[in-house]
Design a protein around this ligand. Structure first.
Ligand SMILES: O=C(O)CCC(=O)C(=O)O
Ligand SMILES: [Fe+2]
Length: 424
């Protein structure tokens, strides 16, 4: 990142738009298409899409050299099921049944990839129908199971990825996925986990995306406040069931072709349909541009948990602690872990600045080229969010006596670093 880009981003987040979770969205009637890798820099993406939180689509030229686009695909552009079987057949993968609604999602089962591939072949032979229903392989952690060298290369635009940096540092999890399924498989209406960004590349096939800017989903709620499962369902036209439906603009529709890369901004609800037999690689990621959205989301999640168990508040002396435990099991993270996440990233950035290195070099891997300006920006964003965390009444109830460093100490270190980097 260059200095001018950092100044631009910092002034955005200081302004009224940056202070609120991104609810302000200009009326868009189409999504930008980025044609040429050579004339589109990291700064162009950062200023044009990441900071303003707007979707865009990158042409297939951006993924031309990915091994998966050759190896996983037949010459006629179909998924190379035999290649996948030979190379990954034994791995156990999660599979959703698109034909069955369970809350606002689909029930999942686990099976060896070889069984999913036999199902897929039968499904094609059966003219895209099967007594087993319409099955979609979702959220396969390929990178956790195999080396992905020669499969794909992380595009520079998406390289400031704290979620995966954090989980890699802990060596327990990641948010890097492969999806694959026949024509007709789909993902119900949702916004991504923790209000993360996502990026998605079609290795082969086509997807139709329906996008709603942040806040628009509220107009789609039913009489009881529930979000829809399927925004294309005719029941949405019933104004008795969905009284505020008229207040919602039609979705932004994007058709993603083979090789193309979609950037999904933070907090944008979306629904996705595979128009052909499709394989995609999708990552979720968080960084300084959507960190405040993540923190806002976690506060909402805690409030929702507290509402659910409000009746026990007076009877249980450790009710607040229990709310944090429930939140961790429902959302995957609670306030203590969020602090840990901030701490790990903050310490890595402080170290980088102290050593005058870029984030990529510090990991001993390939240099991502994001550099000290990015580290300084990251520190500023963490300081701002941590300042809000430490004064939150529910965070103040968390026992931080064993945290190292204590949250106030880390905040002070970050503020000192912010002051020292203004002239960087
Ligand atoms: O491709 C899909 O089915 C869903 C992808 C998605 O929701 C995402 O990448 O955020
Ligand atoms: Fe998504």
């Amino acid at each position: 990142m260059d200095r001018e880009t950092r100044v631009f981003a910092e002034s955005h987040f200081r302004g009224p738009e940056g202070r609120l979770p991104s609810r302000v969205c200009p009326k868009l009637d189409r999504v930008d298409f980025i044609e040429k890798p050579d004339s589109f820099s990291y700064a162009d993406f950062f200023k044009g899409y990441l900071v303003p939180n707007l979707p865009c689509v990158f042409s297939s030229a951006f993924t031309e050299d990915w091994g998966s686009r050759r190896l996983w695909v037949t010459p006629s552009g179909k998924p190379n099921l035999d290649y996948l079987l030979q190379n990954y057949g034994d791995v156990v993968v999660p599979v959703a049944n698109c034909g069955v609604q369970e809350y606002n999602s689909n029930p999942k089962e686990h099976m060896p990839l070889r069984d999913y591939i036999s199902y897929w072949k039968e499904y094609i032979q059966g003219n895209y129908s099967s007594s087993r229903g319409c099955l979609y392989l979702k959220d396969w952690h390929l990178c956790r199971d195999f080396s992905t060298e020669g499969v794909f290369t992380l595009p520079i635009y998406f390289s400031s990825d704290w979620l995966n940096e954090y989980w890699d540092a802990l060596d327990v999890d990641d948010y890097r996925f492969v999806y694959m399924g026949p024509t007709g498989t789909w993902s119900p209406f949702h916004a991504d986990i923790f209000r993360s960004f996502s990026w998605s590349v079609n290795i082969c096939g086509r997807k139709k995306w329906l996008f709603f800017p942040p806040g628009q989903e509220d107009a789609l709620r039913d009489r009881h406040g529930g979000l829809p499962y399927d925004v294309t369902s005719p029941s949405l036209l019933d104004s008795h069931l969905h009284p505020t439906r008229d207040g919602c603009s039609p979705p932004l529709e994007v058709t993603q072709e083979a090789g193309e890369m979609v950037f999904v901004p933070s907090g944008w609800h979306h629904q996705v349909h595979n128009l052909e037999d499709t394989i995609s690689i999708n990552h979720n990621w968080v960084n300084g541009c959507n960190l405040a959205n993540m923190w806002h989301f976690l506060q909402q999640e805690l409030r929702a948990v507290q509402q659910e168990v409000i009746e026990w508040r007076d009877a249980m002396p450790d009710w607040h602690h229990h709310c944090q435990v429930i939140m961790k099991s429902c959302s995957g993270i609670n306030f203590e872990e969020f602090y840990h996440f901030l701490k790990i990233i903050a310490e890595r950035r402080l170290l980088l600045l102290a050593k005058g290195m870029s984030p990529g070099q510090a990991e001993g891997g390939e240099d991502t080229g994001l550099g000290p300006q990015q580290a300084a920006f990251d520190i500023g964003r963490i300081a701002e969010v941590l300042e809000s965390v430490v004064v939150h009444p529910d965070f103040q109830r968390v026992d931080t006596s064993t945290f190292s460093p204590r949250p106030e100490v880390l905040l002070r270190q970050l503020k000192e670093a912010v002051a020292a980097t203004t002239t960087l």
